[in-house]
Every structure is written in C-alpha cells, then in structure tokens.
Design a protein around this ligand. Structure first.
Ligand SMILES: Cc1cc2nc3c(=O)[nH]c(=O)nc-3n(C[C@H](O)[C@H](O)[C@H](O)COP(=O)(O)OP(=O)(O)OC[C@H]3O[C@@H](n4cnc5c(N)ncnc54)[C@H](O)[C@@H]3O)c2cc1C
Length: 508
C-alpha cells in the first residue's frame, strides 16, 4: 500500500474519524528531526510501536515512521475488528442454540448487520487511543507520517526529511496476497483491508482460504447471516493443526451451514450480471458457484518493496520477507527486524515479543534469541484451537519419543454444564518424564486456557507440578489438571500398585 497523505477509513463516520484522528491525523506535522537517533523504526504496527515505546522508555532517542495508520494490521484491519464481529456472531449462534439450554426465543432473531459493523468501528476507535500519535509523542517518540526508505547505511528518508540513525528496525509487516485466479482482479474482491468497511451484508460470500484468517471470518459472516462457501486447497481446513483438532472445527462449520469446497481447482472468476461466478473443478466434476462478494484470506506477502533494502545490504525474499539471524539482526549488522516482516509466526504477540528482543539486542548489544521464545497461538473459531510448543510430528522429527495425554471436554463437568463439550486438552510429554513438549487445546475459550501450559513450559514446570495446582471447580481449565492426573495414574505401575495394596491391607 503506497503512502496516503490523508487516509480515510470507510465508512466516513464518527468512529472512523476518531480512529483517523488518533492514528493518522490530517493536520499532523512531522517534527524537526534530531541530529541522530539511537533507533529509527520503519513501520508503526505492533512490532514498531512496541519497539519505539520500549526504547524511548529506556531513554533512547527514537523516530517512528508510519506511512498509513499507526496500529498496523492488528488494530485497523486484523485482530481488533475481527474479534469484535466474532463476538456478535457468537451471540447469533448462542441464540440459534438457545433451545438446547431450555430457552424459547419467541421472536425470530434478526441480525442488524450495519449495527454489528458499527459496534466494531466503535470498539476499534476506542482502542485506537492506545496507538495514537498523541500517546507516542507523549512517550518521547518522534513520529513521522510518511513512507520510509533507506538512503544509506545510516539514513532513512521520510516525507523529504533525512533521519540519521545508529540502529534501525524494519517492522513493515505484510499485506494480503491477491489470489492467482483468472479474472478475479477484474471482478473485484475483498481482503482484510476492505472487508471491515462493509456496511451491508453480502447475501452470498465466497471465502478463499481455509487457514486461520479465512476460517475465523467465514464462520463469523455465516453466523451473521451470509451464505458462505469456503474454498480451501487441501482436504481439510486449518490443515496445519492436528487433524483431530481441525476436524472438530470442520464439523462445527458444517453444522453452521458453511459450504466447504475442499481440494478443488479454482479455474476462473467472471462477472454475470450482478453475480461473481467462480468456476471450480473437483476431479471430473465442474461447477459454477455464484456469489455477491469474494473475500481473499489466503496468504500474506511481506512489505519489502520501496525500502531500498539492496542499497543497505539487507537480504530479503519476496515471499518470506527480511532475513534475520537468531538475534533478529539482518545481514546489515546495524539494521534489525521485528514482527511479521521476518517471522513465520505472524501474530501480534510475536510482533510484541520480537520487538522486546530487538530493543535489548540493538540498543544494549544483547544476545537475546528468537529461538528461545515459547510461542502460543489461537484461532478464534468456535470452538477455538490453541496450540503451544511442539506437535507430536515435530517431536518425532527431532527423534524424541513422546507420551500423549488427552482429556476430552465431554468428560469435564463444567464443559458439560456449559453445553460446550466439543474439544479436548492434549498434552505431549517427553517419554519417561513429565516435561511438557507441547499442547493443543480445542475449547470455546481455548485461547484463555493455553497460557497455563505456556507458563509451565517457560518456567520448566512439568505435568507433576500442574497436578499439584488446585483448579477451581467447576472450570473447563480443570481439563488441564485432569491431564496431569492421568499422567500420575500412568506412573503407578502394577508393581507399585501391588505394593500399596498389600501395605494398605496390612494397615486395616
Ligand atoms: C484478519 C486478521 C486477523 C488477525 N487476528 C489476529 C489475532 O487474533 N491474534 C494475533 O495475534 N494476530 C492476528 N493477526 C495477525 C496480526 O495482525 C499481525 O501479526 C500483526 O499485526 C503484525 O504486526 P507487525 O507490526 O509486524 O505488522 P503490521 O501490523 O502489518 O504493521 C506494519 C506497519 O508498517 C507500515 N509500513 C509498511 N511499509 C512501510 C514503509 N515503507 N514506511 C512506513 N511504514 C510502512 C504499514 O503501513 C503498517 O502499519 C490477524 C491478522 C489479520 C489480517
């Protein structure tokens, strides 16, 4: 996306005006550059903001350069708006299922789509205060709005000004990949950059891509009343997750009434009257599927263009982004990178965590390692899938033997009471030990539950320790404790059990 001097976020209502006034005010005057900065940060998404705020807080002179909206994807067109509409969509599903809970909803529930989107815009505007130029100015950061590019090995140019730096950080993030389908550009499609500007509900929506972004949005829009067809080029949605976990989500999608088109070739898209018609080929069969809108949610491309990286010797790849070593240093030792631009794990919390590593390594000559991070993630479908550490396949690839403990939620009292029995807690330990290698949780609030396991991994606490932690009854997180109990039971060999039985008989 090229620099936009006065960006507008549609619709141009009071909420989006507030958003803009926080994250790219029209009347913003870039400051007079300091003679030299400890750190110049290019990109004002999560990675850039956390780097700039943290470095300034430690006394560094910092310039932050953003060409579009501070807050980047997460605030403006990612996590925040998606989670806001997912919340509304979950209520739709709860009302639909109310009969299961003994409730009669008398009137037919109607989705007020414009109101759902307005609520989202309101929330985004409120949260935008945290990422505002005003706040960053108060934190002592020099904020420059404009497109940044390297001029030389210690200079960045922005809006006609030259910023001199000791160290620089590339935090320019990614953008949606445009699907390589014949005719799609002419017909037009939505991406995460435009879908949150909708004010009218598309009656029929095609979602291209069954990864986390496509799945979250497909389910949300379906529950908000769109007829949704989800296209995915594998035999299973969310195919990076374990198939037992992804299958639960797939079944939930089918129950929601999402049509899944899996493992088919999308040949072309054409316009017929008002319809966008997608031609697919599945084995011998062909089909034409007519929709009103297409949402592309498959793949991200790194924002490496226009930065003049060649001139400063920063190696990059057009698909994978800026190359960094384990200290997040690029091939130019004075230039570091953080966030989506250089990571496989494209999440806000990893953008944040890598920014913290960069502050220490760039400013204080630290040797903090990317590989030392324990990175959990969560896909906010219903139920959610959260994961941390290794999958069983990763452990086996590394030649580690694993033992796996699983607790299905259908055996957990609180999940039964909540009517949220779909899912499980699955923990892998190194065979013969209680050392946790990884875990997957499928549950309605799996994202809230996974941190207990992340903490255990980071603090090197084994399943035995988790077994000693009293969990309030009844909670769904008890499933984690019950996994630990299963581990304990497994330790009780027939020999030890025999000894106990004899000793207890003698004590009677
Ligand atoms: C629909 C969706 C939902 C998501 N949901 C979640 C979620 O629930 N949880 C989660 O953890 N992650 C989620 N993500 C991912 C998350 O948004 C990203 O991982 C995060 O925003 C990465 O932050 P970043 O700072 O690395 O990059 P970005 O947020 O992309 O920020 C990069 C910034 O750099 C600016 N920039 C680029 N080039 C230049 C230049 N030359 N000069 C100046 N500025 C420049 C851009 O304008 C942008 O503001 C979601 C993403 C999407 C698309």
């Amino acid at each position: 996306m090229a620099m936009n001097r006065n960006p507008r976020v549609l619709p141009d209502d009071v909420y989006n005006q507030t958003l803009i006034s926080n994250v790219h005010p029209a009347d913003w005057q870039n400051p007079e550059p300091a003679p030299r900065y400890n750190l110049v940060v290019i990109g004002g998404g999560t990675a850039g903001l956390v780097t700039a705020a943290g470095a300034a807080g430690l006394g560094a002179r910092v310039a932050l350069v953003e060409r579009h909206l501070l807050g980047g994807d997460c605030l403006n067109v990612g996590c925040v708006p998606s989670k806001a509409i997912i919340r509304s969509s979950r209520i739709c599903a709860d009302l639909r299922d109310a009969g299961r809970f003994g409730l009669k909803i008398r009137e037919n529930t109607e989705v007020d789509f414009p109101a759902v989107m307005e609520r989202m815009r309101h929330i985004r505007a409120r949260i935008s205060d945290h990422d505002s130029v005003k706040r960053f100015k108060e934190l002592g950061v020099d904020v420059f709005l404009g497109e940044g590019r390297f001029l030389g090995s210690d200079t960045v140019e922005v809006a006609g000004e030259t910023l001199r730096f000791k160290k620089a950080v590339i935090a320019t993030g990614t953008r949606p990949v445009h699907p390589a389908i014949d005719g799609i550009a002419e017909v037009g499609f939505l991406t995460n950059e435009t879908v949150f500007s909708l004010t009218e509900r598309p009656r029929r929506l095609a979602v291209i891509g069954g990864g986390p972004i496509g799945c979250e949005l497909a389910q949300a829009f379906r529950r908000l009343g769109c007829e949704v067809t989800l296209f995915h080029n594998a035999s299973h949605i969310l195919n990076r997750e374990d198939s037992d976990a992804a299958d639960i989500i797939q079944q939930s999608f089918i129950r929601d009434g999402i049509r899944l088109v899996l493992d088919c070739k999308t040949r072309k898209v054409e316009k017929k009257n008002e319809d966008k018609v997608i031609h697919i080929e599945c084995g011998e069969e062909t089909e034409a599927i007519a929709v009103d809108e297409i949402l592309a949610g498959a793949g991200r491309a790194p924002n490496v263009e226009g930065l003049n990286l060649e001139a400063v010797g920063v190696r990059y790849d057009k698909r994978e982004g800026v190359k960094v070593n384990d200290h997040l240093q690029t091939s130019n030792p004075s230039i570091f990178a953080a966030g989506d631009i250089c990571l496989n794990y494209k999440f806000t919390h990893t953008a944040d965590a890598t920014a913290r590593i960069v502050i220490q390594n760039a400013l204080f000559g630290g040797r903090k390692n990317l590989s030392s991070l324990t990175i959990p993630w969560c896909t906010y479908t219903d139920p959610e899938i959260a994961h941390v550490g290794m999958y069983e396949r990763d452990a086996r690839e590394k030649g580690m033997e694993v033992e796996t403990y699983v607790r299905p939620l259908k055996d957990v009292d609180r999940a039964i009471a909540d009517g949220e029995e779909e899912g499980f807690v699955k923990v892998h330990v190194r065979k013969g030990t209680d050392k946790i290698l990884g875990a997957t949780i499928v549950a309605r609030h799996a994202g809230e539950m996974i941190s207990e396991i992340s903490l255990a991994i980071v603090a090197n606490l084994g399943l035995k320790k988790i077994g000693q932690v009293i969990h309030p009854y009844p909670t769904q997180a008890e499933a984690i404790k019950q996994v630990a109990d299963a581990y304990h039971r497994n330790r009780l060999t027939p020999f030890i059990k025999g000894l106990f039985t004899r000793w207890l008989a003698w004590r009677r």
